[in-house]
Design a protein around this ligand. Structure first.
Ligand SMILES: Cc1cc2nc3c(=O)[nH]c(=O)nc-3n(C[C@H](O)[C@H](O)[C@H](O)COP(=O)(O)O)c2cc1C
Length: 417
């Protein structure tokens, strides 16, 4: 059965390759239709995501990552190479209008995989084949940690949302370095997709010692990172969000910037901050020469879903710990991004994340001031086709607005047409 599915998939990829070759002669874009991967996803995975119960959300992610980890290590095997080539030709949209260079990194397109899916970087070598212009690995902590007790990831299918309280489960900075080295990635700056590494505080480390804890991870992982992210916004590590306070964040950032080889450094913030706190972070980013700000992480606010019951526990969201992601987060994520842009001005690169589930949401975030966007929950629900759909949608908007490249759209407030 599996062999059958793959041979159907390979045939479809072959025909898409032929289509693309034909495009070199006739540059009018072919009608966008779901490719083999999208069809397989819709047939076998999407039905599992239509209700809250059924297949366990974390097990599904773990199973796919385990498969991708094996593929990443065997990507020079001819069959694997062919299959990945097919995947890439189905999902990538290479267009010079989508390219940008930000904080010294060249992004082939503005859509990235958000932190938290590939926490240990096991599929780092593969994310460009899924069409992403960049992927953020992690969150990685200095100590290996198991995270919170299961179940800790819950689908809210009707709302196309999720609640998670994973708690920075990861194999620790030393193991992640080994995992990345085994994949023999091209060095930073020469990768088809930019790779960021998102860092967090080990649960057992006090807030006082947090800067040293982050610094130890960054020192070890810096040679493998195109950029690094200081995650001070996860709701699932007690006390972590206090590091968003101006004095604490400044101490942390200054400690990291003293490292001999500090890559471009970004900060990822929560959606639950007051306006004053957002403004303070925007100013700090400017004063400390940060490469950018990522807005936002999951929300501790229940975003109008407080009385919604979780099938797995029978309790309502107001009584459950964890952070909300997906569609309900979209309006607040947009607000935070707008506030950052208004305070920081156009010079500070912003990465917009939270509830992006299609081209219109991506365009909205970009025209509000995000140079790049990231997807997580929306990508799980929509499947791998989401990336090319967003990229094609963005290109169409550029054409309709008469813009010559994406960077002209950033912060332009141009409406979706
Ligand atoms: C299961 C899960 C795990 C996550 N883990 C992390 C993490 O380790 N580090 C982090 O910075 N963000 C993490 N996030 C937050 C996402 O990167 C993203 O900021 C958030 O989910 C909003 O985007 P979305 O609505 O597209 O999911 C996680 C999100 C989910 C759903």
């Amino acid at each position: 059965m599996v062999a059958g599915v793959w041979s159907v998939a390979r045939e479809d990829w072959r025909s898409r390759n032929d289509q693309r070759r034909a495009m070199l002669i006739d540059p009018s874009p072919p009608p966008s239709r779901p490719g083999a991967t999208g069809s397989l996803y819709r047939r076998f995975v999407e039905p599992l995501l239509r209700s809250d119960d059924g297949a366990d959300a974390e097990q599904l992610s773990q199973a796919s990552l385990a498969l991708l980890a094996e593929i990443a290590l065997r990507r020079d095997w001819p069959l694997v190479r062919d299959t990945l080539g097919g995947l890439a030709s189905e999902l990538q949209r290479r267009d010079p209008r989508l390219q940008q260079t930000l904080f010294g990194c060249r992004f082939a397109n503005p859509v990235g995989l958000a932190a938290g899916f590939d926490k240990n970087g096991v599929a780092a070598a593969l994310w460009d084949c899924f069409g992403f212009g960049f992927a953020e690995l992690g969150t990685v902590t200095w100590e290996a940690q198991p995270g919170n007790p299961k179940p800790r990831l819950f689908r809210l299918a009707a709302e196309r949302a999720a609640l998670n309280r994973m708690g920075f489960n990861n194999r620790g900075a030393k193991a992640v370095r080994r995992i990345l080295e085994r994949q023999k990635l091209p060095p930073p700056g020469r990768r088809p997709a930019v790779l960021g590494i998102n860092l967090g505080k080990s649960r057992l480390t006090s807030l006082e010692l947090a800067p040293d804890d982050y610094a130890a991870s960054l020192e070890l992982l810096a040679p493998l990172a195109d950029y690094a992210v200081v995650n001070v916004s996860s709701p699932n590590t007690p006390g972590l969000r206090e590091l968003q306070q101006e004095n604490q964040l400044r101490r942390l950032v200054e400690r990291l910037r003293r490292l001999p080889a500090c890559p471009p450094l970004l900060v990822k913030i929560a959606p639950d901050l007051e306006d004053d706190a957002i403004d303070a972070i925007a100013r700090l980013a400017y004063e400390e020469g940060l490469a950018g700000v990522i807005a936002v992480n999951t929300s501790q606010d229940r975003l109008g879903l407080g009385q919604r019951r979780l099938a797995a526990t029978g309790r309502c969201l107001a009584e459950e710990a964890g952070g909300l992601s997906g569609c309900p987060l979209r309006p607040r994520a947009l607000e935070v991004l707008r506030r950052l842009r208004a305070t920081a001005g156009p010079a500070l690169p912003l990465i917009g994340v939270g509830g992006i589930d299609g081209p219109e949401a991506a365009w909205e975030r970009i025209t509000a001031g995000a140079s790049l966007v990231q997807v997580y929950t929306g990508w799980i629900y929509a499947g791998p086709d989401l990336v090319p759909q967003i990229l094609e949608g963005l290109l169409l908007q550029l054409e309709r607005h008469g813009l010559s490249c994406l960077s002209e759209a950033v912060g332009s407030s141009l409406a979706w047409r």
